[in-house]
Design a protein around this ligand. Structure first.
Ligand SMILES: Cc1ncc(COP(=O)(O)O)c(C=O)c1O
Ligand SMILES: N[C@@H](CCOP(=O)(O)O)C(=O)O
Length: 390
């Protein structure tokens, strides 16, 4: 298996531990599309159904993938659209899409004989890495921005047994330490700069096609470290190049306004510049220097898509709408997909099909819902008392 630099084209063997090219460029895995199987029959959907596209043997799995796709019957009418779907990645084993990356990434770590893994995280990556390391009997180190990680995610990393290290700084600061530590200490790094992570995450594209039986016009998703949008685009391109589909979707990436270095550069038609102090209620995407930005930029450009940003208010409104009108409880970052659709509604035709990716489960961050909410005084345990409060 070959890794190729997306900047200079230099190739490396995938048998060595390497995350970037010598020129500093990001690497991607070249898959032999002559060998892949056409198994898109809508049945028995799990991530490893697509193993012929995955450049690693399954060594650890918690049954990831096979997440539900829902038609938003109520909201699509409200938005004046005909076909809006949610692909709910919160239904993965640890409650986020990261599990797709980790089943493949940790399998690669085991193949390489690594017994320690590390990541920086705004929460979901650490929860997922900790779970897959536990299942594999290897040690996980997770570095998180101190005080800026949702409680549910922190609890997950702790209970799965990872060594949790809070960092005085944001995610970008923590990632710098992780990159240095992985090479100095010989610990396998499983953030999405690792191209094998993205090989797992690209299966979201396969599942969308497998479940719907067609390729949607638009795929909308939140963007943080910018790996997922790149991975899903790679998945659709592989389907296209293998001859299994004859059209590609437009990729639409949504950032939170206070953490939107990519969307800003896109809208202002200028070069990408990292943002020093990202801030948003959507802590999962509170990232100022998305490591995969060159891949994400290409995905949006090649697909003739868009990068947009939404305010915290729009995110929280969309989160409530998804829960109260469709019964889907997602964390704030995930709700930016719907917030983005609402913001871009006038630029989308009513009969275009749209898939929103919701990336993480709402229960990971209950505080955001409970903050400022007061339960009424308890009533006496009687029917009369109950009738009084009706
Ligand atoms: C819930 C959630 N949504 C979206 C994202 C953004 O994904 P990516 O970093 O691949 O852009 C993340 C992590 O960054 C996340 O945890
Ligand atoms: N939201 C992410 C940020 C790290 O992204 P990664 O995909 O590079 O691991 C998290 O959950 O930590």
């Amino acid at each position: 298996m070959i890794l190729r630099c997306i900047e200079c084209g230099r190739e490396y063997s995938s048998e060595e531990v390497r995350y970037r090219c010598e020129c500093g460029g990001l690497l991607e895995v070249l898959v032999d599309l002559g060998e892949v199987e056409n198994i898109f029959d809508g049945k028995n959907i799990t991530l490893w159904k697509y193993k012929s596209f995955i450049p690693v043997e399954k060594r650890v799995s918690l049954n990831e993938g096979g997440t539900p796709i829902y038609r938003l019957e109520n909201l699509q009418t409200e938005l004046g659209m005909k076909e809006v779907y949610v692909k709910n990645e919160g239904a993965n084993p640890t409650g986020s899409f990261k599990d797709r990356g980790m089943t493949v990434g940790v399998s690669k770590a085991l193949e390489l004989g690594m017994d320690k893994v590390i990541c920086a995280s705004t929460g979901n990556t650490s929860a997922s890495l900790a779970a897959y390391a536990a299942k594999s009997n290897i040690k996980a180190y997770v570095l998180v921005p101190s005080g800026k990680i949702a409680l549910g995610k922190l609890a997950q990393a702790i209970v799965y047994g990872a060594k949790v290290v809070p960092v005085r700084g944001n995610f970008d600061d923590a990632l710098k330490v992780v990159v240095e530590a992985s090479s100095e200490l010989g610990v396998y790094m499983l953030n999405s700069i690792n191209p094998f992570r993205l090989e797992g995450q690209k299966t979201i594209a396969f599942e969308i096609f497998d479940q719907l039986g067609f390729v949607p016009d638009k795929v909308i998703l939140p963007v943080g470290n910018a790996g997922n949008i790149s991975a899903i685009w790679k998945g659709f391109k592989e389907l296209y190049e293998a001859g299994f589909i004859d059209k590609l979707p437009q990729m639409i990436g949504i950032q939170a306004e206070g953490a939107s270095p990519l969307a800003r550069a896109w809208k202002e038609r200028r070069e990408f510049k990292p943002l020093e102090k990202p801030e948003t209620v959507a802590t999962a995407i509170r990232i100022g220097n998305p490591a995969n930005w060159p891949k994400a930029w290409r995905a949006v450009e090649e697909s003739r898509g868009v990068l947009e940003s939404v305010s915290d208010e729009e995110i929280l409104k969309a989160q409530k709408m998804l829960a109260s009108k469709e019964g889907i409880f997602v964390e704030p970052a995930s709700a930016s997909s719907l917030a983005g659709l609402m913001k871009l509604r006038n630029e989308i035709e009513e009969d275009e099909s749209v898939v929103l990716i919701t990336t993480g489960h709402g229960l990971k961050d209950p505080n955001i819902i409970l903050e400022g909410f007061e339960l009424p005084e308890p009533i006496e345990p009687s029917l009369e008392a109950f009738k009084e409060v009706l």
